[in-house]
Ligand binder design. Structure first.
Ligand code: 5GP
Length: 237
């Protein structure tokens, strides 16, 4: 079933299958930050992220969002539609944190209403710079119509995710998603949604339960991912 390695990223590997339109995505235990400047491995992170992302994608699909996910192969691997990833990081922010605080001086923890939507050019050589629609079009990354479609999906996904995380006692601070084009050109949600790609703060204690624990050397990285996984599992029972 799992054939040749097609692509290896920082946190995942993509394998071909007997069906040219489907791939298997394997979640690694590797963690990187600062554009690969900082590297570590956390035992079981790949399994936890794969399971967390699968549960979230399944919920979003129930809510009518189109995604690349077909099904879990096992706890670390997912069978997905093969897509061409659009080289944009689509970021939604509900609370000021991270690069936004550094860039424009908002205070960490400040509520952003309405949420801020951003596109970054997914290109390590340029450190994933923030770009506007004109840049994305000039680079040939997407058409204006596609950018508008992604923005509307980002807002819908944000509303669904905010509610989902709140049910399990988590404030969704911000997140990054990626979209891909299927063979027929349909744009679907791809990549993953996990503590690697979201900022997740405990609603009561404001404790950080995401990759910032690794970025900021706070310790307790895997324990935070386990806690997120536990809460989502309890919800789905
Ligand atoms: P920031 O721009 O504040 O660093 O990140 C905003 C949100 O997008 C955070 O939830 C962060 O985890 C996510 N994000 C931004 N860039 C990347 C990236 O290159 N990789 C991952 N995994 N997440 C990212």
């Amino acid at each position: 079933m799992k054939n040749a390695l097609l692509y290896e990223g920082k946190a995942k590997q993509i394998y071909s299958t007997n069906n040219p339109d489907e791939v298997i995505i394997y979640y690694k235990d590797d963690a990187t930050a600062g554009n690969g400047a900082k590297k570590a491995q956390f035992e079981d992170k790949g399994r936890l992220n794969s399971e967390i992302s699968r549960m979230i994608f399944a919920q979003l699909m129930k809510d009518g969002i189109k995604t690349h996910l077909i099904k879990a192969v096992n706890e670390r691997e997912q069978l997905c539609h093969k897509v061409d990833i659009i080289l944009l990081e689509a970021i939604v922010r509900n609370i000021a944190a991270g690069s936004l605080v550094k860039r424009i001086g908002l205070t960490e923890g400040e509520t952003l209403n309405p949420p801020i939507l951003e596109f970054c050019y997914k290109n390590d050589a340029f450190n994933d710079p923030l770009i506007n629609d004109d840049h994305a079009i000039a680079l040939g990354l997407a058409t204006q119509e596609e950018l508008n479609h992604m923005r509307s999906e980002m807002l819908k996904i944000n509303e669904f995710l905010k509610a989902l995380w709140l049910e399990v006692g988590i404030d969704l601070v911000d997140f990054k998603i990626e979209f891909g084009r299927m063979k027929d050109g349909t744009i679907v949600l791809a990549d993953e949604i996990s503590p690697d790609t979201c900022r997740l703060w405990d609603s009561k204690t404001h404790e950080k339960l995401d990759k910032d624990r690794f970025r900021q050397d706070m310790g307790g990285v895997i324990e935070a991912y386990q806690e997120i996984h536990r809460r989502l599992e309890e919800r789905s029972e």
